[in-house]
Design a protein around this ligand. Structure first.
Ligand code: FAD
Ligand code: NAP
Ligand code: SF4
Length: 679
């Protein structure tokens, strides 16, 4: 592989313990759900091996519990027996055969264990779990340390190059360290020295039994983002002690899971927490890894050049593109399928006990199920010509996969650019990453020689004259019309008119529909309130003078009075992503947006929008504008016309079914149809 030297820091070798790595990026730990699936280790082996082929120098596995009480959820993966280790051998062999390195993360969930068997230093329930943990006895603490050590020994037996000791994100080790969650009065609680004895014993004893060449990475919570978290002095003291105890490298942990501050979602600026690791640079003799919202070689290179860390950890970007490092090294970053930090198919799946996938890369965790992303066929090789109508996510995905599988492809788009609704989505503050997906597909389509015909609203005549073997309709959706007395008045507009800048709404606005788009529109029209930067607005103390790094959030109320309404009862936006919905709700609440559910819309007239609330009865909202975000309906007018003339069409994305549509489904359907047509 040729190094184009675009990223000299990123591609300079580094030594951690006994390993010399060719680049400065590790693939961070990600639980995929395959760990618990029957036959999942075979799939995991393929998943990891693919990422090694793509240039990942060192991989950290998803968290594996050292005992029963430490599993994150019932049936969660643990390593306590030699036969458990044997299952892991499939992974280590596959990775080593490709020339890669892999370490196993040991994670004890502590009070976050979603089971009645959860344990913790003290019996204090976490705000995000329904289970109150049992406080470990002094003997229980010692037994737990032994189980960490045994897990490391078993990892060594399984052929791992080392272990990562998970000491952050509010899991068991972190709970020992923070005085808020550790109220013990024995030698494991009280003073800082006592509270940190637990992780130090773990590291020391692992080093003793695994010998000098086994890598020990320690994930250190450098910014807890919870009340009563560690002070910076404590973080620094612990880092030094961890090094002394035998760790070879320290990875950064940002924020406990219960912290009410976004740490990896798309609104977090790229590399936005690198300043934390930077504070520790120069204080230790072992390398430091920084993390959170790194997703492209440019921002990794910059962080290394700025001496924020010795190495970078990226996790989700390897789901989105297994070949991210290879493409970086080859100097073609424009070909990277960039992680947009949406969490929709990875973390949100895992929280629902589903196998992780990726919105922009449906092949992730299903490496066996689909044709290779680079099939090696050239366009037209099959001698069949396909028309794809619509270049939204579904159409771009299908057209590029068809060309990848040897079809000759004409892609028609009536707008003057590729992207479909993503061109509107990317205008939402904090969703700028959606640009990257359009850029990725544009490059892929060109590379695969797809004939892209922009500003071309295709009709049935053109398609029939084209002599296509298959016609794919990916023509998307139309906003659903809202019908009540007065809904035809001038002040009623739809979300597209607002987001495309075709109308400027007034100061009093009602939004009809509190789905994903209703929330996005509310964010868009109240953005005047977001005058502080990310750290200030979410209350993160950059100077880390306060424990846990918390400061007073700096939010102002929008000058617009916005009501976000929905008819169904319950929490507005309940269907938003599990890991991101709360962020949208907090943001809008702090900007003064009123969110109301259980609303019946009665009429719109000169006095405003007349509604009935399920409990509070009738009321009128004086409004300058009503923005309709009431979902969508499929848009596939060509279907009937073509079918009437005996032409068979395949339909994908919103054109097929607008209910429950999102970009994940659209992109996946594009890949699935192309694969089907190639059979
Ligand atoms: P579309 O994206 O609608 O694309 C259809 C394309 O077909 C359009 O470009 C259209 O111009 C073209 N077309 C139609 N007729 C013709 C014709 N006759 N000839 C040529 N071209 C034609 N989804 C998520 O998963 N996560 C999000 O966070 C998210 N945020 C969003 C935010 C906003 C503000 C919006 C509007 C949408 C968001 N979505 C999100 C939804 C997501 O964008 C859609 O689910 C997705 O774009 C649907 O893809 P599609 O290809 O089926 O349709
Ligand atoms: P949606 O999530 O289905 O929401 C539609 C909203 O309109 C609902 O709140 C619904 O609530 C209301 N509604 C439906 N029919 C109505 C009617 N006849 N009259 C009045 N109100 C009506 O759809 P969307 O907001 O348009 O989003 C489209 C897709 O994009 C979704 O699948 C979504 O997942 C995706 N998206 C995701 C995100 C994200 O952040 N993950 C962001 C944007 C979009 P009531 O029926 O209760 O009134
Ligand atoms: Fe990134 Fe979204 Fe894919 Fe998760 S689903 S890896 S956040 S692009």
């Amino acid at each position: 592989m040729k190094n184009h030297n675009k990223y000299p820091n990123l591609f300079s070798p580094i030594k951690i313990g006994s390993l010399t790595l060719p680049n400065r990026v590790i693939m961070g730990s990600m639980h995929t759900g395959l760990e618990e699936e029957k036959g999942g280790f075979v799939k995991l082996a393929k998943f990891y091996a693919e990422r090694v082929k793509g240039g990942a120098a060192l991989i950290v596995t998803g968290g594996i519990s050292p005992n029963m009480s430490g599993v994150t959820a019932w049936g969660g993966s643990r390593i306590t027996r030699v036969w458990h280790a044997r299952k892991h051998e499939k992974i280590t062999e596959a990775v080593h055969n490709e020339g890669g390195r892999i370490i196993m993360q040991i994670l004890h969930a502590g009070r976050y264990a979603y089971t009645p068997f959860a344990v913790a230093p003290s019996a204090i329930k976490s705000p995000i779990s329904k289970f109150k943990p049992r406080a470990l006895s002094s003997r229980g603490v010692k037994r737990t340390i032994k189980s960490f050590v045994r897990a490391a020994q078993l990892a060594q037996i399984a052929g791992y190059d080392g272990v990562e000791v998970m000491g952050s994100e509010g899991y068991l080790i972190n709970e020992f360290i923070a005085s808020e969650t550790n109220k013990r009065t024995d030698e494991w609680g009280g003073s800082f020295e006592n509270r940190t004895r637990f992780p130090l014993e773990i590291v020391e004893q692992i080093r003793d039994v695994t010998g000098p060449n086994f890598v020990i990475m320690y994930r250190l919570s450098m910014l807890d983002l919870v009340h009563g978290g560690s002070s910076w002095d404590e973080v620094e003291m612990l880092a030094k002690s961890i090094e002394k105890a035998g760790a070879n490298v320290i990875n950064t942990g940002i924020g406990w899971h219960e912290a009410r501050i976004p740490t990896i979602a798309t609104m977090v600026p790229r590399g936005g927490f690198a300043f934390v690791t930077k504070r520790l640079m120069g204080k230790l003799g072992i390398p430091l890894i920084t993390t959170n919202r790194f997703n492209d070689p440019e921002n990794c290179e910059q962080a290394l050049a700025d001496k924020c860390a010795d190495m970078i950890s990226m996790a989700r970007p390897f789901l989105a593109d297994p070949f991210i490092m290879k493409k970086s090294e080859l100097g073609v970053p424009e070909q990277i399928n960039t992680c947009i930090a949406c969490n929709q198919a990875c973390l949100d799946h895992v929280f629902k006990q589903k196998i992780a996938s990726c919105l922009v890369n449906p092949r992730a965790c299903e490496e066996d199920a689909w044709p290779e992303a680079e099939s090696g066929l050239s366009m037209g090789q099959r001698g069949e010509k396909v028309a794809v109508i619509g270049a939204g996510p579904a159409g771009m995905s299908c057209a590029s996969e068809l060309a990848n599988l040897g079809f000759e492809v004409d892609l028609f788009e009536k707008a003057d650019s590729l992207g479909g609704q993503f061109n509107v989505a990317k205008k939402i503050p904090g969703k700028e990453e959606f640009h990257s997906t359009i850029r990725y597909f544009s490059n892929r389509l060109s590379r695969l020689n797809v004939n892209i015909k922009l500003s071309c609203e295709v009709d049935a005549e053109m398609l029939i004259a084209g002599g296509y073997s298959n016609i794919v309709l990916a023509s998307g959706v139309l906003p659903r019309r809202w019908k009540i007395p007065g809904s035809d008045r001038d002040e009623v507009v739809d979300y597209l008119q607002v987001l495309k800048g075709e109308v400027e709404v007034g100061d009093n606005v009602a939004i009809i529909g509190a789905g994903g788009i209703g929330f996005d529109v509310a964010d868009f029209i109240t953005h005047d309130a977001d005058d502080a930067g990310f750290l200030e607005s979410w209350g993160i103390d950059e100077q880390m003078e306060e424990r846990g790094g918390l400061a007073q959030p700096m939010r102002t109320v929008s000058k617009r009075k916005v009501h976000l309404l929905q008819r169904s009862p319950g929490k507005p936006g309940a269907k938003l992503g599990k890991t991101t919905g709360w962020i949208h709700r907090v943001t809008l609440r702090d900007r003064g947006v009123k969110m109301l559910s259980g609303i019946e819309y009665v009429k719109l007239d000169d006095s405003g929008l007349h509604c009935i609330h399920e409990n509070k009865g009738e009321f009128v909202l004086p409004v300058d504008n009503v923005i309709v975000c009431a979902g969508q309906v499929p848009f596939a007018p060509l279907k009937d016309e073509l079918e009437k003339r005996g032409v068979k069409v395949s339909i994908i994305g919103g054109a097929l079914n607008a209910s429950g549509l999102d970009a994940q489904r659209a992109i996946r359907e594009g890949l699935a149809l192309a694969t089907e047509l190639a059979v």
